[in-house]
Design a protein. Structure first.
Lengths: 104, 276, 111
């Protein structure tokens, strides 16, 4: 299966980069039922790792309260044009995906 | 011959209620727009394409921040891929629309005199599929939302110039009736919220103007966590006032969309949009 | 002269009665003191279906018909009757709304 999309935007302002991420993911809580009445199994992002030039600057643990197709924003200090920012995630079923941008 | 005043009055009133003078659509539209320019004299009529975000500065600021990285982007990407996909017989959607389906959303809805009905974009998409021996898409399906999101995206900036030919007048009038007809336990019609109370608060929300209601569809609603069409919103609105929603793309809703879009003639399209 | 006047009077009366033509008088809830829940549920359902045809049904009516039916299935005749009467009342109200709105909508059109 093709890896789920991770779209990113980044803008530097006074060496602080504002990073915005849109992750494609169903984020099923495991409590919803389908039309047949069966529980839709939980399927959600558990860990998100953000790297700035290969150095981990932020790691987040998520649970079922995060909505579908999560939108996530954070700031990075000491950011310069040419820096690479990468965001990768792992979900509870072992699926992974990642995205990256080069700051301008 | 002396006819009493009472009898004359009865005759005139009953005749008047049977055959009320039908204003033409253009007169209706001018009166419609005038309502809003008088209610909101400092807001340009085009600005109402942003709905409640044209009326509340704080909400607008938050919304503009979200628009920097809009939540409907994924839907537009999916739609672009789906639109390009060929049918089993080798044809594709581009063959069913003007300009290969790029920048054409402002043509809809249109009145088709041959089938004697209002044709919305969603209906046209399914007509295209049917003509190419493909199964129709469910009107509330993701696929329909994605394709219309993509087509709306390529049509941004184009303006509505809907026409009501003689054959379409009945459909237009039915749509107009629906707009102004009270429904549900709450006994509201569309104008109760979107004209009489436009700009006022309804619980935590600011009520938007109807002028600009047709420009930004389909819409990513945070409440829905997905992109949905105008008829999905019609169902929701009807149910919110305690009236049973009708089927998406049913005749009544298509006629309502026809009236509503005509009222938005001259406004620029700005879909897909995000809304709370 | 009298003939012309008579024609005008008759004409006016015919016009007014044509305009006033409406559905058969809706069942009054109070006129059925001995009705069982099952009977009232059926009446509510009939009125509800009529309202649906006119595209004026209320969600509340459907909910009340369902709760009445569930109460009846659980042998709670008293609760079923309460809900059934409410269902019939709201179904009739939605029909009255549909009837009134046939003409009343025009009064709200932006001028």
């Amino acid at each position: 299966m093709e890896a789920r999309k991770v779209k990113m935007r980044g803008k530097i302002k006074n060496t602080v980069a504002q990073i915005k991420v849109l992750m494609e993911h169903p984020m099923e809580t495991g409590t919803r039922r389908d039309e047949a009445g069966d529980v839709i199994p939980a399927h959600f992002i558990q860990e998100v790792i953000c790297q700035h030039n290969d150095q981990v600057v932020l790691s987040v643990e998520w649970g079922t309260s995060i909505s579908k197709n999560p939108y996530f924003a954070f700031k990075i200090n000491d950011a310069n044009p040419g820096d690479v920012v990468k965001v990768s995630w792992t979900d509870n079923l072992g699926e992974t995906s990642a995205g990256d941008i080069t700051l301008k | 011959m002396k006819i009493s005043l009472g009898i004359m009055l009865t005759l005139v009133l009953t005749l008047g209620s049977i055959c009320s003078v039908h204003a033409d659509p253009e007169s209706d539209r001018l009166a419609f727009v005038r309502f809003y320019t008088e209610r909101f004299p400092n807001i340009d009529i085009q600005a109402h394409q942003d709905g409640a975000y044209a009326l509340d500065a704080a909400k607008r600021e938050q919304w503009l921040e979200m628009e920097e990285f809009p939540p409907y982007e994924l839907a537009v990407d999916e739609g672009e891929a789906l639109f390009a996909l060929a049918f089993k017989n080798g044809n594709n959607y581009a063959g069913c629309f003007d300009n290969a389906g790029v920048g054409v959303k402002q043509q809809f809805p249109m009145f088709d005199a041959v089938s004697n009905q209002v044709v919305t974009l969603e209906l046209a998409i399914n007509q295209c599929r049917q003509a190419n021996q493909e199964p129709e898409l469910a009107y509330l399906s993701d696929e329909m939302a994605y394709i219309t999101a993509y087509m709306a995206f390529t049509s941004r900036g184009n303006t509505f110039a809907i026409s009501v030919p003689q054959a379409g007048v009945a459909a237009y009038e039915q749509g107009k009736q629906f707009f102004y007809e009270r429904r549900g336990k709450l006994d509201f019609d569309c104008s109760s919220c979107h004209m009489t109370n436009a700009g006022n608060n309804l619980r935590a929300e600011v009520l938007s103007a109807s002028v600009g209601h047709a420009t930004h569809w389909p819409t990513y609603r945070f409440k829905w966590e997905q992109v949905g069409g105008l008829h999905k919103r019609f169902v929701e609105c009807n149910e919110q006032v305690g009236a049973e929603g009708l089927a998406p793309q049913s005749e009544a809703y298509r006629n309502l969309e026809y009236f509503l879009t005509y009222m938005n003639n001259g406004m620029a399209l700005n879909g897909p949009a995000s809304r709370k | 002269m009298h003939k012309a006047r008579l024609i005008c009077v008759v004409g006016a009366l015919m016009l007014t009665s044509a305009c006033g033509q409406s559905e058969p008088e809706p069942e009054s809830v109070d006129a059925l003191p001995e009705a069982t829940a099952a009977v009232v549920i059926d009446q509510a359902r009939a009125a509800y279906e009529l309202a649906r045809q006119k595209q004026h049904a209320w969600t509340l009516t459907a909910d009340l018909i369902e709760s009445a039916s569930i109460a009846l299935a659980n042998n709670d005749e008293a609760q079923a009757l309460v809900d059934a009467k409410r269902a019939l009342f709201t179904a009739n109200a939605s029909l009255a709304q549909a009837e009134k709105e046939q003409h009343a909508w025009r009064s709200r059109v932006a001028q």
